[in-house]
Design a protein around this ligand. Structure first.
Ligand code: SF4
Length: 378
C-alpha cells in the first residue's frame, strides 16, 4: 500500500490527467484487463463545482480520460446525495450531468440503485450492486472538515453508497463505528482525494474554502485518510474512525508515502467547533446521532428565504431578531439533549418529537424537515 501526494494548483483537466496517470502506476493500482469502472465522487447536495462542497468534476473528467486510454468500456459515475437533498438539482448544478453527457458515460443516482444485501456487524446492509460488481471501484472524496467526524475523506465518502434507511441507521449507531465497519465490507481499488480546494471550519457544507493545492492518491482508505489528516494539520489519532481503523488492522500504522514532500503541502485546516455550529446568535448543537441533512436543514431554510420575497417580511425579520438580539438554539437527532442555556430552543426533525413534547419546546417535523416546514414553524 502506498499513498502518493501530488501538487496540483488548478482544475485543469489536461494537467490533472497526467498527474493521475502517473499516480495510478505509482500506488500500484492495476488497470489491466478491466472493463467496468464505478467512480464515486462526493455530491452530497446541490452545489457548484467551485463551492468546495463537492468533488470537482474536472478531477473526475481527467480520471475518465485515463480510464478510456486503458480500454475501459463501461465507465459509470455513481453517487447517492444526502438524505433530503434535491438529487436532480445536485447532479445538474454540480456539473455532473454536463460531464456525463460530454464524456458519454452513465451517471447513476445510487439512492435508487439496485442493491445486494450483505452481512455486516449490525445484521445486514444493502449496497449498490453496481459498486460491488464493477471491475474497478474508485472513491473520489473531497478534503473537508466535519462537525461530527472531524474530517470527511475516503471512509466518510462511502456513506453515499448507502440506502436512505441505512444512512439514517448510521447516524443512529453513532456514525464513527459504522464507518469502520463499512470500510471492512466495501473496499475501493483506488482513492483520489480532491484537495486542490478543500473546506475548513464548519464542514461539510458550511465551512470556508481552503486551498491545499494537492491530490492524494492511494488504495487503502485508512492510510489515505491518515495522510490527508497530516496534510490538514489534524492529528489522525484524534479522529475516531481512523484510529479505530488502524486498531482493527484495516490500514497500516505508518503510511507508505511517495510523491511530493508532505512538509511542502501541509496547510492548517481550521476545525469545526466540537459543541455547536454557529451563525451570529443562532447555535446548532452537535449530536453524533443527527443526520447531516437534519443539521444543515436550518441553514438551507435561511438561505432559501433570501430568494423568497414573502419571507422578507415574515421569516427574515424574526430570524434577524433572534440572530442579533436574542439567542436561538437548534437541536436535532436521536438522543438529543436540551442544552443548559438561556434562549429559545427549537427541536428539528422527527427524532426530537419526544424531547420537544417533554420539555414544551417548538418542534419542526420532517425527516429531515424541509425548508417550508422550518420557515412556517418559525
Ligand atoms: S429526523 Fe433528522 S436526524 Fe432523525 S433520522 Fe430523520 S434526518 Fe436523521
Amino acid at each position: 500500500m502506498t499513498v502518493k501526494i501530488v501538487k496540483a494548483k488548478k482544475y485543469d483537466v489536461k494537467s490533472l490527467e497526467n498527474l493521475i496517470r502517473d499516480a495510478i502506476k505509482d500506488v500500484g493500482s492495476d488497470l489491466k484487463n478491466k472493463k467496468t469502472a464505478l467512480l464515486k465522487p462526493n455530491i452530497v447536495i446541490a452545489a457548484k463545482p467551485g463551492s468546495a462542497i463537492i468533488t470537482h468534476p474536472a478531477v473526475v473528467e481527467a480520471l475518465i480520460n485515463v480510464l478510456e486510454e486503458n480500454g475501459f468500456e463501461d465507465i459509470i459515475i455513481g453517487e447517492g446525495p444526502g438524505v433530503g437533498a434535491d438529487e436532480a438539482r445536485a447532479f445538474e448544478l454540480s456539473g455532473y450531468n454536463k460531464l456525463a453527457a460530454k464524456k458519454n458515460v452513465k451517471l447513476i443516482n445510487l439512492n435508487k440503485a439496485e442493491r445486494t444485501e450483505i452481512k455486516w456487524k449490525y445484521g445486514t446492509i444493502k449496497l449498490p450492486k453496481i459498486v460491488l460488481e464493477a471491475d474497478l471501484y474508485i472513491n473520489l472524496p473531497k478534503m473537508k472538515t466535519h462537525g461530527q467526524t472531524a474530517v470527511t475523506l475516503a471512509m466518510k465518502n462511502q456513506k453515499g453508497l448507502l440506502s436512505r434507511a441505512d444512512k439514517q441507521k448510521f447516524h443512529k449507531l453513532g456514525l464513527q463505528e459504522p464507518l469502520v465497519e463499512l470500510a471492512k465490507v466495501v473496499k475501493p481499488h483506488l482513492i483520489i482525494v480532491d484537495a486542490i480546494e478543500g473546506m475548513e471550519g464548519e464542514g461539510p457544507l458550511n465551512g470556508k474554502k481552503k486551498k491545499a493545492c494537492v491530490l492524494v492518491i492511494g488504495t487503502n482508505q485508512v492510510e489515505t485518510d491518515m495522510v490527508c489528516c497530516d496534510i490538514m494539520g489534524i492529528d489522525h489519532k484524534k479522529v475516531e474512525h481512523i484510529i479505530e481503523g488502524i486498531k482493527q488492522n484495516i490500514g497500516p500504522e505508518v503510511p507508505d508515502l511517495t510523491g511530493d514532500d508532505i512538509k511542502e503541502v501541509r496547510t492548517k485546516f481550521k476545525q469545526a467547533n466540537e459543541k455547536y455550529g454557529r451563525f451570529l446568535n443562532v447555535y446548532s448543537w452537535r449530536n453524533p446521532y443527527a443526520c447531516s441533512m437534519c443539521i444543515d436543514s436550518f441553514s438551507l431554510a435561511v438561505k432559501s428565504s433570501i430568494w423568497s420575497p414573502k419571507h422578507w417580511i415574515t421569516f427574515l425579520p424574526k430570524f434577524t431578531y433572534y440572530a442579533v438580539l436574542k439567542h436561538l438554539y437548534i437541536i436535532q437527532g436521536k438522543h438529543a439533549e436540551v442544552p443548559d442555556v438561556k434562549g429559545r430552543v427549537v427541536c428539528l426533525g422527527d427524532c426530537t418529537k419526544e424531547i420537544a413534547e417533554k420539555n414544551n419546546l417548538t418542534h419542526i417535523e420532517g425527516c429531515p424537515p424541509d425548508s417550508k416546514n422550518i420557515l412556517e414553524a418559525l
